[in-house]
Design a protein around this ligand. Structure first.
Ligand code: SF4
Length: 150
């Protein structure tokens, strides 16, 4: 069972190997690949820091408890009609994304996220809406390591 907070459902769709540190990316890649290859894997929505936040670098400014991040989580859960604490297979999440999210929603929901301009999350939503599979995560590619809100 993978524990995820609301906005990370969308971050996972746009994960292309970029992240805050090697450890963060190793964990993110493991979660991304497990969900991609085994879409029946169960996830459970939680409030606050999750299995992705747990690998955020301890020496960087932590934003995981920020009010704006909680607001973003709530907006995503609301948009997808998902409940906290109820396990569901990942395939149900992607089905809900296909039905309820449009690529342009990312710009609105994630307006303050530094990763948003990369366009990868928007592209991820588009892939899901087309009924296609997300690409395999590339091996570590670096990317901005500044404090941000993935
Ligand atoms: S724009 Fe930022 S918060 Fe939104 S899905 Fe992408 S990485 Fe996550």
């Amino acid at each position: 069972m993978i524990r995820l907070r609301g906005h990370h459902l969308l971050c996972l769709l746009g994960y292309r190997g970029m992240g805050y540190s090697d450890e963060f990316c190793i964990n993110m890649t493991a979660i991304y690949e497990r969900l991609r290859v085994q879409p029946e894997t169960e996830i459970v929505m939680i409030e606050g820091p999750d299995d992705i936040c747990g690998h955020y670098p301890k020496d960087q400014h932590a934003h995981c408890e920020g009010a704006s991040v909680y607001t973003r989580d709530a907006r995503v859960l609301d948009k997808l009609g998902m409940e906290l604490g109820k396990p569901v297979p990942w395939s149900q999440v992607t089905a809900k994304v296909a039905d309820h999210v449009e690529p342009g929603d990312i710009q609105v929901i994630c307006a303050s996220c530094p990763w948003e301009p990369y366009g990868v999350c928007k592209e991820g939503v588009d892939i899901i809406r087309r009924g296609e599979s997300l690409p395999p995560a590339p091996s570590r590619s670096g990317g901005p390591a500044a404090a941000a809100e993935r």
